[in-house]
Ligand binder design. Structure first.
Ligand code: DGY
Length: 450
Protein backbone atom coordinates (compact mmCIF):
# COMPACT_ATOMS: atom_id res chain seq x y z
CA UNK A 1 0.00 0.00 0.00
CA UNK A 2 1.28 3.48 -0.77
CA UNK A 3 2.08 5.40 2.38
CA UNK A 4 2.75 9.03 3.13
CA UNK A 5 5.08 8.62 6.08
CA UNK A 6 7.37 11.32 4.75
CA UNK A 7 6.09 14.85 4.55
CA UNK A 8 8.52 15.79 1.82
CA UNK A 9 7.30 16.10 -1.77
CA UNK A 10 7.57 12.41 -2.64
CA UNK A 11 6.02 11.04 -5.83
CA UNK A 12 2.88 9.72 -4.03
CA UNK A 13 2.42 13.16 -2.45
CA UNK A 14 2.66 14.85 -5.83
CA UNK A 15 0.18 12.46 -7.37
CA UNK A 16 -2.22 12.86 -4.43
CA UNK A 17 -1.93 16.64 -4.64
CA UNK A 18 -2.66 16.56 -8.36
CA UNK A 19 -5.66 14.27 -8.10
CA UNK A 20 -7.10 16.13 -5.09
CA UNK A 21 -6.81 19.39 -7.00
CA UNK A 22 -8.57 17.82 -9.99
CA UNK A 23 -11.48 16.78 -7.76
CA UNK A 24 -11.89 20.36 -6.54
CA UNK A 25 -11.57 21.84 -10.03
CA UNK A 26 -14.10 19.30 -11.37
CA UNK A 27 -16.61 20.14 -8.65
CA UNK A 28 -16.25 23.95 -9.00
CA UNK A 29 -19.37 25.58 -10.46
CA UNK A 30 -18.02 29.08 -11.10
CA UNK A 31 -18.90 30.58 -7.71
CA UNK A 32 -18.68 27.64 -5.29
CA UNK A 33 -17.92 23.92 -5.09
CA UNK A 34 -20.50 21.12 -4.98
CA UNK A 35 -19.70 18.28 -2.56
CA UNK A 36 -20.39 15.86 -5.43
CA UNK A 37 -21.80 16.44 -8.92
CA UNK A 38 -24.36 13.63 -8.58
CA UNK A 39 -25.43 13.15 -4.96
CA UNK A 40 -25.08 16.71 -3.67
CA UNK A 41 -25.38 19.06 -6.68
CA UNK A 42 -25.76 22.36 -4.76
CA UNK A 43 -23.64 24.30 -2.23
CA UNK A 44 -23.59 22.89 1.32
CA UNK A 45 -22.66 25.05 4.26
CA UNK A 46 -20.10 23.10 6.30
CA UNK A 47 -18.82 21.37 3.18
CA UNK A 48 -17.90 24.77 1.78
CA UNK A 49 -15.99 25.69 4.93
CA UNK A 50 -13.92 22.48 4.71
CA UNK A 51 -13.51 22.91 0.96
CA UNK A 52 -12.18 26.45 1.47
CA UNK A 53 -9.50 25.03 3.79
CA UNK A 54 -8.13 22.98 0.89
CA UNK A 55 -8.78 25.50 -1.87
CA UNK A 56 -6.64 28.03 0.01
CA UNK A 57 -3.58 25.99 -1.02
CA UNK A 58 -4.66 26.00 -4.69
CA UNK A 59 -6.13 29.49 -5.03
CA UNK A 60 -6.64 31.66 -1.92
CA UNK A 61 -8.84 33.90 -4.03
CA UNK A 62 -11.13 31.03 -4.97
CA UNK A 63 -11.26 29.92 -1.31
CA UNK A 64 -12.44 33.42 -0.37
CA UNK A 65 -15.04 33.30 -3.12
CA UNK A 66 -16.33 29.94 -1.86
CA UNK A 67 -17.09 31.45 1.55
CA UNK A 68 -18.42 34.72 0.15
CA UNK A 69 -20.90 32.90 -2.09
CA UNK A 70 -22.21 31.01 0.92
CA UNK A 71 -22.42 34.17 3.03
CA UNK A 72 -24.35 36.00 0.31
CA UNK A 73 -27.26 33.60 1.01
CA UNK A 74 -27.31 34.43 4.75
CA UNK A 75 -30.75 35.23 6.17
CA UNK A 76 -31.61 38.51 7.92
CA UNK A 77 -31.78 36.77 11.30
CA UNK A 78 -28.15 35.71 10.85
CA UNK A 79 -28.59 32.03 9.99
CA UNK A 80 -26.41 30.54 7.27
CA UNK A 81 -28.63 28.00 5.49
CA UNK A 82 -27.32 24.48 5.12
CA UNK A 83 -27.92 24.40 1.36
CA UNK A 84 -27.74 27.20 -1.21
CA UNK A 85 -29.55 25.94 -4.30
CA UNK A 86 -28.09 26.36 -7.76
CA UNK A 87 -30.97 27.46 -10.05
CA UNK A 88 -29.24 25.79 -13.02
CA UNK A 89 -29.69 22.31 -11.47
CA UNK A 90 -32.92 20.58 -12.60
CA UNK A 91 -35.77 20.16 -10.09
CA UNK A 92 -35.76 16.68 -8.67
CA UNK A 93 -31.97 16.27 -8.85
CA UNK A 94 -31.89 16.56 -5.07
CA UNK A 95 -34.53 16.02 -2.39
CA UNK A 96 -35.60 18.05 -0.48
CA UNK A 97 -35.15 20.81 -3.03
CA UNK A 98 -36.24 24.46 -3.25
CA UNK A 99 -39.92 23.54 -3.71
CA UNK A 100 -39.86 21.80 -0.37
CA UNK A 101 -38.04 24.46 1.69
CA UNK A 102 -39.78 27.48 0.02
CA UNK A 103 -37.29 29.81 1.69
CA UNK A 104 -38.35 32.98 -0.12
CA UNK A 105 -41.92 32.72 1.18
CA UNK A 106 -41.83 30.57 4.33
CA UNK A 107 -38.56 32.21 5.44
CA UNK A 108 -39.56 35.77 4.62
CA UNK A 109 -40.16 36.86 8.23
CA UNK A 110 -36.78 35.38 9.23
CA UNK A 111 -35.12 37.43 6.50
CA UNK A 112 -34.49 34.82 3.79
CA UNK A 113 -33.42 36.26 0.45
CA UNK A 114 -36.27 36.72 -2.05
CA UNK A 115 -33.80 35.88 -4.85
CA UNK A 116 -31.52 33.08 -3.61
CA UNK A 117 -33.25 29.79 -2.80
CA UNK A 118 -31.95 27.96 0.23
CA UNK A 119 -32.91 25.41 2.86
CA UNK A 120 -34.04 26.74 6.27
CA UNK A 121 -31.90 24.70 8.67
CA UNK A 122 -28.20 25.16 9.47
CA UNK A 123 -24.98 23.14 9.75
CA UNK A 124 -22.00 23.29 12.12
CA UNK A 125 -20.37 26.73 12.36
CA UNK A 126 -16.89 26.05 10.98
CA UNK A 127 -17.01 29.18 8.85
CA UNK A 128 -15.17 31.79 10.93
CA UNK A 129 -12.36 29.31 11.55
CA UNK A 130 -12.20 28.63 7.82
CA UNK A 131 -12.27 32.36 6.99
CA UNK A 132 -9.37 33.05 9.35
CA UNK A 133 -7.28 30.19 7.96
CA UNK A 134 -8.10 31.23 4.38
CA UNK A 135 -6.92 34.75 5.21
CA UNK A 136 -3.73 33.38 6.78
CA UNK A 137 -2.89 31.47 3.57
CA UNK A 138 -2.31 34.76 1.71
CA UNK A 139 -2.80 37.82 3.94
CA UNK A 140 -1.69 40.26 1.22
CA UNK A 141 -4.31 39.03 -1.28
CA UNK A 142 -6.89 38.93 1.51
CA UNK A 143 -6.15 42.56 2.46
CA UNK A 144 -6.16 43.66 -1.18
CA UNK A 145 -9.67 42.22 -1.60
CA UNK A 146 -10.89 43.48 1.78
CA UNK A 147 -11.86 39.89 2.59
CA UNK A 148 -11.91 40.07 6.41
CA UNK A 149 -13.76 43.41 6.75
CA UNK A 150 -16.42 42.07 4.36
CA UNK A 151 -16.99 38.69 6.02
CA UNK A 152 -16.63 39.79 9.65
CA UNK A 153 -20.10 41.38 10.13
CA UNK A 154 -21.80 38.39 8.52
CA UNK A 155 -19.89 35.86 10.61
CA UNK A 156 -20.60 37.88 13.76
CA UNK A 157 -24.34 37.91 12.91
CA UNK A 158 -24.23 34.13 12.35
CA UNK A 159 -22.76 33.60 15.82
CA UNK A 160 -25.29 36.01 17.37
CA UNK A 161 -28.10 33.93 15.85
CA UNK A 162 -26.69 30.69 17.25
CA UNK A 163 -26.01 32.18 20.68
CA UNK A 164 -29.40 33.91 20.82
CA UNK A 165 -32.42 32.32 19.10
CA UNK A 166 -30.75 28.90 19.21
CA UNK A 167 -29.94 28.82 22.92
CA UNK A 168 -33.11 26.82 23.46
CA UNK A 169 -31.84 25.27 26.69
CA UNK A 170 -30.94 28.65 28.19
CA UNK A 171 -27.58 27.32 29.38
CA UNK A 172 -25.22 29.12 26.99
CA UNK A 173 -25.01 26.43 24.25
CA UNK A 174 -26.50 26.42 20.74
CA UNK A 175 -29.13 23.77 19.97
CA UNK A 176 -29.77 21.86 16.79
CA UNK A 177 -33.40 21.27 15.76
CA UNK A 178 -32.98 18.66 13.02
CA UNK A 179 -30.58 15.68 12.75
CA UNK A 180 -29.14 17.23 9.56
CA UNK A 181 -27.96 20.26 11.54
CA UNK A 182 -25.07 18.69 13.49
CA UNK A 183 -24.12 16.98 10.22
CA UNK A 184 -24.30 13.48 11.77
CA UNK A 185 -27.68 12.73 10.21
CA UNK A 186 -28.50 9.17 11.24
CA UNK A 187 -26.20 8.79 14.26
CA UNK A 188 -27.58 6.23 16.74
CA UNK A 189 -27.43 9.13 19.23
CA UNK A 190 -30.61 10.50 17.64
CA UNK A 191 -32.56 7.21 17.60
CA UNK A 192 -34.51 7.75 20.82
CA UNK A 193 -35.33 11.37 20.01
CA UNK A 194 -36.39 10.45 16.46
CA UNK A 195 -38.60 7.61 17.71
CA UNK A 196 -40.89 10.30 19.16
CA UNK A 197 -41.48 11.83 15.71
CA UNK A 198 -44.51 10.81 13.65
CA UNK A 199 -43.03 9.90 10.21
CA UNK A 200 -44.31 11.72 7.12
CA UNK A 201 -46.52 9.39 5.03
CA UNK A 202 -44.33 7.12 2.84
CA UNK A 203 -45.86 8.25 -0.48
CA UNK A 204 -45.54 11.96 0.31
CA UNK A 205 -41.94 12.40 -0.96
CA UNK A 206 -39.45 10.82 -3.36
CA UNK A 207 -35.83 10.40 -2.33
CA UNK A 208 -33.23 11.36 -4.95
CA UNK A 209 -30.18 10.10 -3.00
CA UNK A 210 -30.82 6.40 -3.69
CA UNK A 211 -30.23 6.97 -7.42
CA UNK A 212 -26.55 7.63 -6.69
CA UNK A 213 -25.46 5.07 -4.17
CA UNK A 214 -26.14 1.88 -2.32
CA UNK A 215 -29.19 2.00 -0.05
CA UNK A 216 -27.15 0.07 2.56
CA UNK A 217 -24.80 3.07 2.89
CA UNK A 218 -27.57 5.65 3.34
CA UNK A 219 -30.17 6.51 6.02
CA UNK A 220 -33.34 4.39 5.85
CA UNK A 221 -36.72 5.42 4.42
CA UNK A 222 -38.08 5.62 7.96
CA UNK A 223 -35.26 8.04 8.91
CA UNK A 224 -36.15 10.15 5.87
CA UNK A 225 -39.85 10.19 6.75
CA UNK A 226 -38.94 11.65 10.12
CA UNK A 227 -36.46 14.15 8.65
CA UNK A 228 -39.23 15.33 6.32
CA UNK A 229 -41.73 15.68 9.17
CA UNK A 230 -39.33 17.78 11.27
CA UNK A 231 -38.38 20.06 8.38
CA UNK A 232 -42.04 20.49 7.36
CA UNK A 233 -43.01 21.54 10.89
CA UNK A 234 -40.15 24.06 11.07
CA UNK A 235 -41.04 25.47 7.63
CA UNK A 236 -44.73 25.70 8.48
CA UNK A 237 -43.83 27.80 11.52
CA UNK A 238 -41.86 30.23 9.36
CA UNK A 239 -38.51 28.83 10.54
CA UNK A 240 -39.20 30.75 13.72
CA UNK A 241 -37.23 29.14 16.55
CA UNK A 242 -39.43 30.53 19.30
CA UNK A 243 -42.74 29.58 17.65
CA UNK A 244 -41.84 26.08 16.39
CA UNK A 245 -42.78 23.25 18.78
CA UNK A 246 -39.36 21.57 18.48
CA UNK A 247 -39.84 17.81 18.86
CA UNK A 248 -36.09 17.41 18.23
CA UNK A 249 -33.85 19.81 20.17
CA UNK A 250 -30.36 18.74 21.10
CA UNK A 251 -27.16 20.31 22.41
CA UNK A 252 -24.46 18.60 20.36
CA UNK A 253 -20.81 18.63 21.52
CA UNK A 254 -19.21 18.93 18.08
CA UNK A 255 -21.54 21.72 16.93
CA UNK A 256 -20.72 23.74 20.05
CA UNK A 257 -17.00 22.96 19.99
CA UNK A 258 -16.82 24.27 16.43
CA UNK A 259 -18.77 27.36 17.47
CA UNK A 260 -16.21 28.01 20.22
CA UNK A 261 -13.21 27.46 17.92
CA UNK A 262 -14.87 29.79 15.41
CA UNK A 263 -15.60 32.39 18.11
CA UNK A 264 -11.85 32.48 18.89
CA UNK A 265 -11.20 32.82 15.15
CA UNK A 266 -13.66 35.77 15.09
CA UNK A 267 -11.60 37.34 17.86
CA UNK A 268 -8.48 36.96 15.67
CA UNK A 269 -10.37 38.47 12.74
CA UNK A 270 -11.57 41.36 14.92
CA UNK A 271 -7.98 42.02 16.05
CA UNK A 272 -6.79 41.98 12.43
CA UNK A 273 -9.33 44.59 11.28
CA UNK A 274 -9.19 46.83 14.36
CA UNK A 275 -12.55 45.75 15.83
CA UNK A 276 -13.10 44.82 19.48
CA UNK A 277 -12.03 41.20 20.03
CA UNK A 278 -12.93 41.22 23.74
CA UNK A 279 -16.60 40.17 23.45
CA UNK A 280 -15.65 37.24 21.19
CA UNK A 281 -13.04 35.94 23.65
CA UNK A 282 -15.46 36.33 26.56
CA UNK A 283 -18.22 34.49 24.68
CA UNK A 284 -15.81 31.69 23.74
CA UNK A 285 -14.70 31.32 27.38
CA UNK A 286 -18.29 31.29 28.65
CA UNK A 287 -19.33 28.72 26.02
CA UNK A 288 -16.36 26.51 26.95
CA UNK A 289 -17.51 26.53 30.58
CA UNK A 290 -21.07 25.68 29.44
CA UNK A 291 -19.82 22.88 27.18
CA UNK A 292 -17.90 21.29 30.04
CA UNK A 293 -20.62 21.95 32.61
CA UNK A 294 -23.49 20.59 30.50
CA UNK A 295 -21.98 17.92 28.23
CA UNK A 296 -18.71 16.55 29.72
CA UNK A 297 -18.98 13.08 31.27
CA UNK A 298 -15.86 12.41 33.38
CA UNK A 299 -16.79 8.75 33.95
CA UNK A 300 -17.24 7.89 30.25
CA UNK A 301 -14.40 10.31 29.35
CA UNK A 302 -16.34 11.75 26.43
CA UNK A 303 -18.77 14.62 25.77
CA UNK A 304 -22.38 13.43 25.43
CA UNK A 305 -25.13 15.31 23.59
CA UNK A 306 -28.11 16.47 25.66
CA UNK A 307 -31.72 15.93 24.60
CA UNK A 308 -33.55 19.13 25.54
CA UNK A 309 -36.99 17.51 25.27
CA UNK A 310 -36.25 15.00 28.05
CA UNK A 311 -33.48 17.04 29.67
CA UNK A 312 -31.27 13.92 29.79
CA UNK A 313 -27.78 13.24 28.45
CA UNK A 314 -27.75 10.94 25.38
CA UNK A 315 -25.76 7.88 26.40
CA UNK A 316 -24.27 6.92 22.99
CA UNK A 317 -20.54 7.39 22.28
CA UNK A 318 -20.19 9.34 19.04
CA UNK A 319 -17.18 10.93 17.34
CA UNK A 320 -18.99 14.20 18.04
CA UNK A 321 -18.01 13.74 21.70
CA UNK A 322 -14.30 13.76 20.81
CA UNK A 323 -14.32 16.87 18.65
CA UNK A 324 -14.11 19.29 21.63
CA UNK A 325 -10.39 18.41 21.37
CA UNK A 326 -10.32 21.41 18.98
CA UNK A 327 -11.48 23.87 21.66
CA UNK A 328 -8.61 26.25 22.42
CA UNK A 329 -7.81 26.24 26.12
CA UNK A 330 -9.61 22.95 26.83
CA UNK A 331 -8.31 21.80 30.25
CA UNK A 332 -5.40 19.39 29.71
CA UNK A 333 -7.02 16.74 31.93
CA UNK A 334 -10.00 16.60 29.56
CA UNK A 335 -7.75 16.59 26.49
CA UNK A 336 -5.77 13.64 27.89
CA UNK A 337 -8.96 11.76 28.82
CA UNK A 338 -10.34 12.24 25.28
CA UNK A 339 -7.06 10.97 23.79
CA UNK A 340 -7.35 7.84 25.97
CA UNK A 341 -10.95 7.29 24.81
CA UNK A 342 -9.81 7.62 21.22
CA UNK A 343 -7.22 4.88 21.74
CA UNK A 344 -9.69 2.67 23.66
CA UNK A 345 -11.98 -0.10 22.35
CA UNK A 346 -14.82 2.22 21.30
CA UNK A 347 -12.80 4.18 18.71
CA UNK A 348 -9.71 1.96 18.26
CA UNK A 349 -7.25 4.59 17.00
CA UNK A 350 -4.52 2.85 14.98
CA UNK A 351 -6.40 -0.48 14.88
CA UNK A 352 -9.13 0.69 12.48
CA UNK A 353 -9.15 3.19 9.62
CA UNK A 354 -9.44 6.81 10.81
CA UNK A 355 -12.00 7.47 13.57
CA UNK A 356 -15.33 5.61 13.43
CA UNK A 357 -18.36 7.88 13.69
CA UNK A 358 -19.87 5.66 16.38
CA UNK A 359 -18.80 3.30 19.17
CA UNK A 360 -17.33 0.12 17.64
CA UNK A 361 -18.53 -1.92 20.64
CA UNK A 362 -22.19 -0.79 20.54
CA UNK A 363 -24.94 -3.03 19.12
CA UNK A 364 -26.17 -0.12 16.93
CA UNK A 365 -22.76 0.20 15.22
CA UNK A 366 -23.02 -0.32 11.44
CA UNK A 367 -19.77 0.17 9.54
CA UNK A 368 -21.51 0.90 6.24
CA UNK A 369 -24.42 3.16 7.01
CA UNK A 370 -23.51 6.86 6.83
CA UNK A 371 -23.05 8.18 10.41
CA UNK A 372 -23.84 4.93 12.27
CA UNK A 373 -20.20 3.78 12.23
CA UNK A 374 -18.27 4.66 9.05
CA UNK A 375 -15.15 6.83 9.34
CA UNK A 376 -15.41 10.26 7.77
CA UNK A 377 -12.56 12.46 6.62
CA UNK A 378 -13.79 15.77 8.03
CA UNK A 379 -14.07 14.39 11.55
CA UNK A 380 -10.63 12.77 11.17
CA UNK A 381 -9.24 16.18 10.16
CA UNK A 382 -10.85 17.79 13.22
CA UNK A 383 -9.61 15.08 15.61
CA UNK A 384 -6.13 15.37 14.06
CA UNK A 385 -6.21 19.12 14.61
CA UNK A 386 -7.41 18.67 18.18
CA UNK A 387 -4.74 16.09 18.98
CA UNK A 388 -2.05 18.39 17.61
CA UNK A 389 -3.39 21.26 19.76
CA UNK A 390 -3.30 18.99 22.82
CA UNK A 391 0.35 18.08 22.19
CA UNK A 392 -0.55 14.47 21.21
CA UNK A 393 1.85 14.56 18.28
CA UNK A 394 2.27 10.84 17.78
CA UNK A 395 -1.48 10.19 17.56
CA UNK A 396 -1.94 13.27 15.35
CA UNK A 397 0.83 12.04 13.03
CA UNK A 398 -0.70 8.58 12.83
CA UNK A 399 -4.09 9.98 11.91
CA UNK A 400 -2.56 12.25 9.26
CA UNK A 401 -0.74 9.32 7.72
CA UNK A 402 -3.91 7.18 7.69
CA UNK A 403 -5.92 10.06 6.26
CA UNK A 404 -3.62 10.60 3.29
CA UNK A 405 -3.23 6.89 2.57
CA UNK A 406 -6.99 6.27 2.74
CA UNK A 407 -7.92 9.35 0.72
CA UNK A 408 -5.60 8.19 -2.06
CA UNK A 409 -6.58 4.51 -1.95
CA UNK A 410 -10.33 5.23 -1.80
CA UNK A 411 -10.36 7.84 -4.60
CA UNK A 412 -11.48 10.51 -2.16
CA UNK A 413 -14.42 8.52 -0.81
CA UNK A 414 -17.19 10.18 1.13
CA UNK A 415 -16.61 7.71 4.03
CA UNK A 416 -14.98 4.36 4.83
CA UNK A 417 -15.92 1.09 6.46
CA UNK A 418 -13.64 1.40 9.52
CA UNK A 419 -12.39 -2.21 9.68
CA UNK A 420 -11.63 -2.74 5.98
CA UNK A 421 -11.00 0.87 4.93
CA UNK A 422 -13.19 0.21 1.88
CA UNK A 423 -14.90 3.19 0.24
CA UNK A 424 -18.54 3.85 1.08
CA UNK A 425 -20.94 6.52 -0.20
CA UNK A 426 -19.71 8.30 -3.32
CA UNK A 427 -16.19 8.94 -4.65
CA UNK A 428 -14.44 12.21 -5.59
CA UNK A 429 -16.06 13.86 -2.60
CA UNK A 430 -14.93 17.47 -2.30
CA UNK A 431 -14.11 17.79 1.41
CA UNK A 432 -12.07 14.59 1.36
CA UNK A 433 -9.94 16.05 -1.45
CA UNK A 434 -9.76 19.50 0.15
CA UNK A 435 -8.70 18.27 3.57
CA UNK A 436 -6.11 15.94 1.99
CA UNK A 437 -4.63 19.02 0.32
CA UNK A 438 -4.58 20.77 3.68
CA UNK A 439 -2.81 17.89 5.43
CA UNK A 440 -0.33 17.57 2.58
CA UNK A 441 0.53 21.21 3.05
CA UNK A 442 1.50 20.96 6.73
CA UNK A 443 3.05 17.99 8.58
CA UNK A 444 0.80 18.56 11.61
CA UNK A 445 -1.80 21.22 12.25
CA UNK A 446 0.83 23.78 13.25
CA UNK A 447 -1.68 26.59 13.59
CA UNK A 448 -3.94 24.56 15.88
CA UNK A 449 -2.30 25.35 19.21
CA UNK A 450 -2.95 28.57 21.09
C1 DGY B 1 -28.09 14.66 2.72
O1 DGY B 1 -28.73 15.12 1.77
O2 DGY B 1 -27.79 13.47 2.84
C2 DGY B 1 -27.56 15.58 3.72
O3 DGY B 1 -26.82 14.98 4.71
C3 DGY B 1 -28.59 16.52 4.28
O4 DGY B 1 -27.97 17.72 4.14
Amino acid sequence: MTTFAETTATAPCDSLRRSATQVLLGNWTGAATVPSRALYPHQWSWDSAFIALGLRHVSPRRAQRELETLLSAQWGDGRIPHIVFNPAVPDGAYFPGPDFWRSATAGRAAGASPFIQTSGIVQPPVHALAAWLVHAADPAESRRRGFLPRVYPRLAAWHRYLGGARDLGGGGLASVVHPWEPGLDNSPCWDAALARIEPAPPGSFVRADLRHGSAADRPTDLDYARYVRLATTYRDHGYDDARTPHAFAVEDPSFNALLIASEYALADIADAIGADAGPHRRRAEAATAALIGRLWDPVDAIFHARDLVTGAAIAGHSVSGLIPLVVPGLPATIGKALARTLHGPRFGLGRVHLVPSYDLTAPEFDGNRYWRGPSWFNTAWLVHRGLAAQGEEEAAGLLREQFLTSAHRSEFAEYLEPYTGDARGILRFSWTAALALDLLHAPVAQDAAR
